[in-house]
Design a protein around this ligand. Structure first.
Ligand SMILES: [Zn+2]
Length: 376
């Protein structure tokens, strides 16, 4: 089939068909689902806008830039609500807000409840010095994470994973290898205790990362034998062999713009099986930019989708225009661009299939309530 014909077909895909193919259905109260199932009113978003539905599994909404604050300096008004509306218009049905420390996990809990999304609880490898600096010591820090998990297990806005945790040997100035390994292990215990999936980070540390997971019982089926529920290695930027090893252990891999930066990244992204693929933006980080290898695969993105995944932006924080995205600050609406590049790298699957498989994988891994057939 010619590319042009395929693109033409894609932009005319029936949204009902997509919904039927997708296992997970948002709660009826969400405005996006209403948007998808009703006839598009005049002056609405393009008809394709709600047809492809996403769950962004990695968003750092606790970052002050979404409140207009950059490196401690207020540069524009809080535009979190407008950013959330852009995400909904782009088909982002749910988001998993990343907790990167005790205090940010608490903040993520509040945001998840306010917006009806989900969140994670954990301590990022570059933040593990907080364990030792904590009043009461490392045991008290872990106990505080534990309490936060225990009190957020139910309902919309609940915790769905332990993390972000793992190893980051690119940034040892924040915490030594030894410290990172110690508190990575400590957090694996929480995943076993609460039977929650892991939200994992691994940078320049694959050998140690995998060794610790294996030692702690996560060598197969995502740690089922020790009470684990698998998990996702987020922002995956490893090699094809590393991808295969993690998938064999029972883990999922999620991709964002950082994992599509170089030709080597693209090869690794190609090695990810579609039954193990999740999608994320890692907003406000990991935008896809013109110099990245992903660019060649974005030229075929239909303009109706380009408008909603990459909406017009102001030139930067100091030129902020209310209602517009901010150049250089990634947002969840861009997840469709990530999905498009992954679809180009997996030509065996059409765009709608890839998107709905990632959606279903996400619901299954994190046991999201939306996991039910629609009755439309
Ligand atoms: Zn990370």
């Amino acid at each position: 089939m010619s590319l042009l014909r395929r693109v033409h077909q894609l932009t005319r895909l029936d949204s009902r068909k997509i919904l039927h193919k997708t296992l997970c259905v948002e709660a009826p109260s969400r405005s996006m689902s209403e948007h998808v199932i009703s006839e598009p009113p005049v002056h609405s978003q393009p008809p394709s806008s709600g047809a492809f539905r996403f769950i962004d599994v990695g968003v750092n909404l606790t970052d002050p830039v979404f409140r207009g604050k950059y490196r401690g300096k207020k540069r524009h008004e809080d535009d979190m609500d407008a950013m959330m509306r852009r995400a909904e218009s782009a088909g982002v049905a749910s988001q998993i807000i990343t907790g990167t420390s005790l205090s940010e996990s608490r903040e993520a809990a509040e945001l998840a409840k306010r917006y009806g999304h989900y969140f994670t609880i954990g301590c990022h490898p570059t933040r593990v010095a907080e364990f030792t600096a904590f009043k009461g010591g490392p045991g008290a820090y872990l106990a505080a994470l534990d309490t936060l998990v225990a009190s957020n297990l139910k309902g919309k806005g609940r915790v769905v994973a332990i993390g972000e945790c793992g190893l980051d040997y690119d940034r040892l100035h924040f915490a030594s290898e030894e410290l990172q390994r110690k508190y990575f292990k400590a957090q694996l215990a929480l995943a076993k205790k609460y039977h929650l999936p892991l939200f994992l980070h691994s940078r320049a540390a694959h050998t140690d990362f995998v060794e610790i997971l294996r030692e702690e019982g996560f060598s197969q089926d995502g740690g089922k034998a020790v009470g684990g529920k698998g998990g996702v290695v987020h922002s995956f930027t490893g090699t094809p062999d590393e991808a295969r090893e993690l998938m064999e252990m029972g883990f999922h891999l999620s991709i964002n713009g950082c994992g599509l930066k170089t030709e080597d990244n693209l090869k690794a992204a190609q090695a990810i099986r579609l039954d193990r693929l999740l999608l994320e933006t890692d907003a406000p980080w990991c935008s896809m930019t013109g110099g990245h290898a992903s660019r060649q695969h974005l030229t075929s993105l239909p303009s109706t989708l380009r408008e909603i995944y990459f909406p017009p932006s102001s030139r930067g924080p100091d030129n902020f225009i209310a209602g517009k995205a901010v150049k250089g600050r990634n947002e969840p609406c861009a997840i469709g661009g990530v999905a498009w590049v992954m679809h180009q790298l997996h030509p065996e699957s059409d765009f709608g299939d890839l998107v709905s498989r990632a959606f279903t994988n996400t619901c299954e891994l994190f046991e999201l309530d939306e996991n039910a057939e629609t009755s439309i």
